[in-house]
Design a protein. Structure first.
Length: 317
């Protein structure tokens, strides 16, 4: 790996950064030992090339696949448009890499034929090879795109001719896959978008907790509970699923049995109110305890139990 850093300095006019080289060595060691690590790198250390070089070399030497997850589009574009092409020149080899996009970025052929009414989209669809919305150079509203995009509730590889499934098959041919944090956790929880990979590098990892929480937390709010109870029974309109159910029961049950439901109607409606009221009180009490105990800023970390090394890098003065 040293010869490539020497080439960066001598042939590509890079600055000699000891921290960058040391970071690359640490990553190389952990790749070879198959152990995880966390690295905190200061601004200006050149961390993207510091992790790209050992990752690419490892992927090629071991015929394996690496996933790099970032939080921002800017970093993804930097990796795909600048850093990886530069690294190809440095190591003198072609690197098979691609930017992986989520399902909603692709048009679904079947849904297009059923729902599209836009002649501009028709012209684009007849010429596209990727089905990627990013190709479109004219305005398409989200409402319009939602009617023709690939959607897991409407599309499946067995019955649907989706560009998404074509793109997913092409991922198999790549050594380096660039994704964002949301797609990574969507893969882990839902879609299994990504092919099998052996190495995962998470850049901009300080954002990972918030993204992970969106996918794995369970939450309920007073607004959500109000909406659910309102769907069961709306006190203003005197309507809802409960009233609809009673109306249907009146057509299939004998009058004596139906009267039993009718007699307890008000009791059940009162129960809806009690559930909502008690939930609001409970939320208020929990909030009060959080403030009193000063728990707002307390975060539990289990990094020490999961990782052997916690390595910090600071920019050299």
């Amino acid at each position: 790996m040293k010869k490539y850093f020497d080439s960066m300095i001598n042939d590509f006019d890079f600055e000699n950064r000891e921290g960058q080289i040391e970071m690359a060595k640490i990553i190389k060691e952990h790749l070879e030992d198959n152990t995880p690590c966390i690295i905190e790198a200061g601004t200006g250390i050149g961390k993207t090339l510091a992790y790209l070089l050992p990752l690419v070399l490892y992927a090629k030497e071991n015929d394996t696949r690496v996933v790099i997850s970032t939080n921002t589009i800017n970093l993804q574009e930097q990796l795909v448009e600048k850093d990886l092409p530069l690294l190809e020149k440095i190591i003198g080899q072609k690197i098979r890499y691609t930017l992986v996009k989520g399902r909603s970025n692709y048009i679904c052929s079947d849904r297009y034929y059923k729902n599209n009414k836009n002649p501009k989209i028709t012209e684009w669809f007849e010429n596209t090879h990727t089905g990627d919305r990013a190709e479109i150079d004219f305005y398409v509203s989200n409402e319009e795109w939602n009617m023709i995009k690939s959607d897991k509730d409407f599309c499946s590889p067995k019955k649907c001719n989706c560009f998404f499934y074509k793109a997913r098959k092409e991922l198999q041919d790549n050594e380096i896959l660039i994704v964002n944090h949301s797609l990574l956790f969507s893969h882990l929880k839902y879609d299994k978008i990504l092919p099998k990979f052996d190495v995962l590098l998470i850049d901009e990892a300080h954002n990972i907790e918030n993204v992970a929480r969106k996918y794995f937390e369970y939450k309920v709010s007073s607004d959500e509970l109000s909406i659910i109870l309102g769907m069961l029974y709306n006190f203003k309109t005197k309507s809802g699923s409960y009233i609809t159910m009673l109306n249907k029961l009146s057509t299939v049950l004998d009058s004596r049995t139906f009267l039993l439901f009718e007699e307890h109607k008000e009791e059940l409606i009162e129960l809806f109110t009690t559930i909502y009221t008690n939930f609001i009180k409970l939320c208020a009490e929990i909030s009060k305890i959080i403030v009193q105990k000063n728990l707002v800023h307390i975060r539990r970390k289990y990094i020490e139990d999961m990782l052997n090394d916690y390595i910090k890098y600071y920019r050299s003065e």
